[in-house]
Design a protein around this ligand. Structure first.
Ligand SMILES: *Cc1c(COP(=O)(O)O)cnc(C)c1O
Length: 368
């Protein structure tokens, strides 16, 4: 469970005092663990954008997992790159060498083959890719690997190496529900010599963003406790409407601002505890038929699974429609997005039993 969501953590988060030295300590820790230069950022997408700008030229194309968060797309855009979406497998929700190969030959590719320069490994929901075969693929095609660790900090690849110690760079998100969760914040570790030196963010977050990050655990916790008459859900909608709470997808990319100092302090603490929690996938998933019915039944039983990862191949829906996703090239991602359900990490596993029973009734088997 993300550390920020238990009652006592709400208060720790509200009153944590961060100092400049905590930023320094977090950088030093990342530098040692991931062996590169660490830069602290406003959020994960800004961190990823800095990684991409450091190793690619505008106009280059990078391969992206065809089942992802809008934040990734935003980072690719901000770096002036062209995304190529690779389809996923149902087993681990990641691309593999077959879908990668299909992606670079697919209709969506409008650039010349020699412009395809990179690949972003995401390890969806904490399920690691078969990294050795992907490294071979990257080597064969001259691709630079960037690792996105939003879902998989602390996870190990099948060959025993830790996620974040394989690519040219590792980008972290410390956003809501991520493995390292301080509500906002991010970091990038540049492991290989960079092509372009990007200026590190120097301004502190806006005061309003700082306040939102301080109070979110309290708001989230309160809303989850208010199950009576679904009052919690109503309250959350109000908090979003008056901008006291920001939806994760709307958190702006900003290359000038860094993390709040108190978040750096909390992130460091969570990194040190990773070994205990990092073994499990961040969200367990399965596939259901009639997902809307399942979600309604879950809500009735007091479980709000609305923020599923992901209901569209690039989530959330309000951004998906605009980006012209190549559904034709990613049929598995499209079908997975329609059927997937996953268990938010803000519920304790032992409390989830009634939810698992509901889900079990609707399990989806693909017709052969
Ligand atoms: C959440 C997320 C990010 C970064 O998100 P921020 O909200 O910008 O911190 C990056 N990649 C993936 C796969 C994510 O889910």
């Amino acid at each position: 469970m993300a550390a920020t969501y238990r009652g006592r953590d709400v208060f720790r988060h509200l009153f944590a005092v961060g100092r400049k030295k905590h930023c320094g300590k977090l950088c030093a820790y990342l530098k040692e663990r991931y062996e590169g230069d660490a830069i602290l950022c406003k959020n994960g997408r800004s961190a990823l954008a800095i990684a991409l700008k450091s190793y690619f030229e505008p106009g280059d194309a990078v391969i992206v997992n065809g089942f992802t968060c809008y934040a990734v797309y935003e980072a690719v855009q901000a770096a002036g790159l062209v995304p190529i979406f690779a389809d996923i497998t149902k087993e681990d929700l990641n691309f593999d060498i077959n879908t990668l190969d299909a992606a670079i030959k697919s209709r969506q590719v409008k650039v010349s083959q020699d412009k395809i320069k990179g690949i972003i490994i995401q390890n969806s929901l904490g399920n690691p890719v078969s990294v050795v075969s992907i490294e071979q693929f990257a080597e064969k095609h001259g691709l630079t690997i960037i690792e996105d660790l939003a879902h998989c900090a602390g996870v190990k690849y099948p060959d025993g190496r830790e996620c974040g110690t394989v690519g040219a760079a590792a980008a972290f998100s410390f956003g809501k529900d991520k493995v390292i969760d301080t509500i906002s914040g991010g970091a990038v570790v540049l492991r290989a010599p960079v092509k372009h030196r990007i200026k590190a963010p120097s301004k502190l977050p806006k005061f309003s963003d700082h306040l939102r990050a301080r109070f979110y655990p309290l708001f989230g916790w309160t809303c989850r406790k208010l199950t009576f008459l679904h009052l919690g859900g109503v309250l959350m909608k109000i908090l979003v409407a008056i901008h006291f709470v920001e939806k994760s997808a709307d958190n702006r990319l900003d290359l000038k601002r860094k993390i709040s100092k108190f978040e750096a302090k909390l992130a460091l603490k969570q990194f040190k505890n990773l070994r205990k929690s990092g073994e499990l996938p961040i969200r367990e998933f399965c596939f259901v038929k009639e997902r809307d019915t399942v979600l309604k039944k879950l809500a009735k039983a007091g479980f709000y699974f609305d923020g599923l990862w992901y209901k569209q191949p690039v989530s959330p829906e309000r951004y998906y429609k605009k980006l012209g996703f190549p559904e034709h090239d990613c049929p598995t991602a499209v079908s997975v997005a329609e059927h997937v359900i996953n268990f938010p990490n803000y519920y304790r596993r032992s409390d989830l039993m009634p939810a698992i029973d509901i889900v079990r009734e609707y399990l989806w088997e693909e017709e052969k």
